[in-house]
Write a protein that binds this ligand. Structure first.
Ligand code: HEC
Ligand code: HEC
Ligand code: HEC
Ligand code: HEC
Ligand code: HEC
Ligand code: HEC
Length: 432
């Protein structure tokens, strides 16, 4: 315990506080507006006792300010009013009743002498994507193919060069003059070249065909590199905090940048442990700064500039216009049974968030991919096997009669009502 207690002398002012407790209190009460080493909503607080002492402000003043800055300002204190004006009259919380004098002492000891962070653990490195390897191999093959073709053409060209030299006349007969002669002479080599070209073009055609209509796996580049793994996975942020539309209606909506700013006003740098291969902290931090650029946030002065640019997210899921799909029907009314049905079919991959039944484990993906093919057959399959939750208010009211009828026919407890029984296979339910 003794080691945790610091006693520093600052221009004659004794500071005796528990740094560790101070750190905790600082994080709980102050980090919404203050950082140690840079300006946020309020000034940087590292070494605040020392720097204010240099201005002739004593520790007592700091205590008073933190305890109740409003009362201090109202008392006519000059410095308190000056700094308030300097920060465009932004209100700092009043901590009277929330923090004791000793708590404030602890916070100041921490701000004076923050412990140096321990040697950072090695960043967690995610598995490298196989598809990346595949494209390298294909690229290598393509380059070899091109080099071979160029060599072949060059040989052919060289051979065509007319020469009068007598010694060469003998070779003349054996010389290759056309591609077909080359083919006859080097059948093995030619065959391999032709097969490589064939395989490559077939792969191209196949990839193109697979891309038509069905977009499973489609993952375009986005204007800001936004990682669901970092947000929904590492930091456990609820899907519906950002996609708040899902509960209420048809679309889930991509959050607006002001939703991002609720957190990123204060999170201006990436300090997480997780780093995707090929990326770095600097890369992530630069992506966060892009939010500021789009929404017009002047980080230096902690103020909006009023100059905004619209951010154009590439849409990944997009049903044809003639299909009607409603999120709330599935996320609210269907939530329980969809989760239960999914868990029954996937005993080794249980979910507790309904979104994952259709969108896959997005919280493990850096880049969103379409997890299913989203065809008509996919919708129908699920409607055939998933029960309707007769206990939620909406369904209980609407389907009571049907439920009673089925109970009579099949007996209590055996009446399993799946979505198709309430019209989930009717064309008109899904098509306009
Ligand atoms: C809601 C935002 C907010 C919170 C929370 C907050 N502060 Fe402040 N703080 C400010 C602002 C803004 C200023 C600048 C003066 C002003 O506008 O009131 C400030 C000023 C200060 C100053 C004066 C610095 C100087 O140079 O005079 C100190 C010290 C301080 N805060 C400490 C703390 C501590 C310690 C905590 C946590 C216990 C805390 N603040 C929590 C917003 C906040
Ligand atoms: C911090 C905010 C945030 C959280 C939390 C979040 N998302 Fe997203 N989501 C976004 C943004 C921004 C995009 C658009 C960029 C992109 O596609 O990566 C997006 C895109 C998507 C898309 C693709 C939309 C399209 O274009 O078709 C799906 C599906 C999705 N999110 C599902 C989820 C699920 C499921 C969760 C919870 C596991 C979740 N999101 C959590 C912000 C968030
Ligand atoms: C029953 C399957 C299903 C469930 C459950 C589901 N989605 Fe979707 N989601 C879809 C389909 C289908 C689309 C395409 C809709 C379209 O293009 O009109 C979609 C599209 C999206 C989009 C793109 C924007 C939009 O609304 O078109 C986002 C974002 C999204 N879903 C997020 C979520 C989140 C978050 C949850 C959980 C709260 C969730 N989804 C639950 C099937 C589902
Ligand atoms: C609920 C809080 C919260 C919201 C809302 C939020 N973020 Fe984040 N964001 C975080 C946290 C936490 C980190 C990780 C910071 C760290 O570990 O240092 C992060 C990291 C990032 C990063 C760097 C890592 C990466 O994903 O590339 C970017 C870029 C980012 N956020 C963009 C956005 C965008 C764009 C939005 C709005 C669509 C958004 N964030 C909304 C909390 C949030
Ligand atoms: C993971 C399973 C699942 C998938 C996939 C799914 N649904 Fe559903 N759907 C349900 C459940 C469960 C209900 C019943 C909700 C309730 O209790 O009202 C439902 C209900 C519906 C209804 C209302 C039916 C009625 O009679 O009221 C429509 C319309 C619908 N779904 C459209 C779609 C479309 C379009 C798709 C494909 C893009 C789709 N669903 C994919 C599970 C699914
Ligand atoms: C549970 C929802 C659902 C029901 C019920 C449904 N469809 Fe579809 N249908 C879809 C979806 C989703 C698509 C779009 C598939 C895609 O884009 O790949 C689609 C596409 C189609 C297409 C376009 C061809 C295609 O495959 O893209 C036709 C035609 C069609 N449906 C006819 C019908 C008829 C006829 C019925 C009634 C017997 C019916 N659908 C019932 C969801 C449904």
């Amino acid at each position: 315990m003794l080691a945790l207690l610091t006693s520093i002398s600052v221009f004659g002012q004794e500071l005796s506080g528990d740094v560790k407790n101070g750190e905790k209190l600082f994080k709980d009460n102050c980090t919404a507006c203050h950082a140690l080493d840079r300006k946020l909503t309020g000034p940087a607080l590292k070494g605040i006792v020392t720097s204010l002492a240099a201005e002739g402000v004593d520790k007592e003043w700091i205590h008073k300010w933190i305890m109740n800055n409003e009362a201090l300002r109202k008392s006519g204190d000059k410095r308190a009013n000056e700094i308030f004006e300097e920060y465009s009259r932004t209100l700092m919380d009043v901590f009277e009743g929330r923090l004791s004098d000793q708590d404030i002492e602890d916070i100041l000891a921490y701000a004076e002498n923050p412990p140096v962070p321990e040697e950072e653990a090695a960043p967690v490195v995610a598995q490298k994507d196989d598809s990346e390897n595949l494209s390298y191999i294909l690229l290598a093959f393509a380059s070899i193919g091109i080099i071979l073709i160029l060599t072949l053409l060059k040989i052919n060209q060289l051979v065509r060069l007319k020469t009068s030299s007598a010694e060469l006349t003998e070779l003349e007969a054996a010389r290759i003059k056309t591609l077909s002669q080359f083919y006859n002479r080097y059948q093995g080599l030619s065959c391999s070249i032709i097969s490589i070209i064939l395989v490559l073009s077939l792969y191209g055609v196949w990839a193109w065909l697979m891309g038509l209509g069905v977009d499973k796996g489609y993952a375009p580049d986005q204007p800001i590199y936004f990682s669901h793994k970092i947000h929904a996975g590492e930091n456990n942020i609820d899907c519906q905090l950002c996609h708040s539309g899902a509960k209420y209606g048809k679309v889930s909506e991509i959050p607006s940048l002001s939703v991002c700013m609720n957190c990123h006003r204060n999170i201006s740098e990436y300090t997480g442990k997780y780093i995707e291969p090929g990326k770095s902290k600097e890369f992530y931090t630069a992506e966060i700064k892009k939010i500021y650029d789009y929404i017009g946030w002047d980080e230096e002065n902690q103020a909006y500039t009023g100059i905004q640019k619209s951010v154009k997210w590439e849409r990944i899921h997009n049903m044809p216009d003639f299909v009607y799909f409603n999120h709330s029907q599935h996320v609210v009314a269907g939530e329980k049974t969809i989760i239960a049905d999914y868990n029954r079919k996937n005993p080794n991959n249980q979910i507790d968030v309904v979104c994952k039944a259709c969108h896959g484990a997005i919280d493990t993906e850096d880049v969103v991919k379409m997890a299913n093919d989203f065809t008509m057959g996919w919708c129908i399959d699920c409607h055939r096997t998933t029960e309707v939750d007769m206990n939620n208010g909406y369904n209980a009211a609407y389907f009571n009669k049907l439920h009673e009828k089925l109970k009579k026919e099949y007996g209590e407890g055996k009446s399993k009502i799946t979505v198709d029984a309430i019209g989930g296979l009717e064309c008109g339910k899904c098509h306009y």
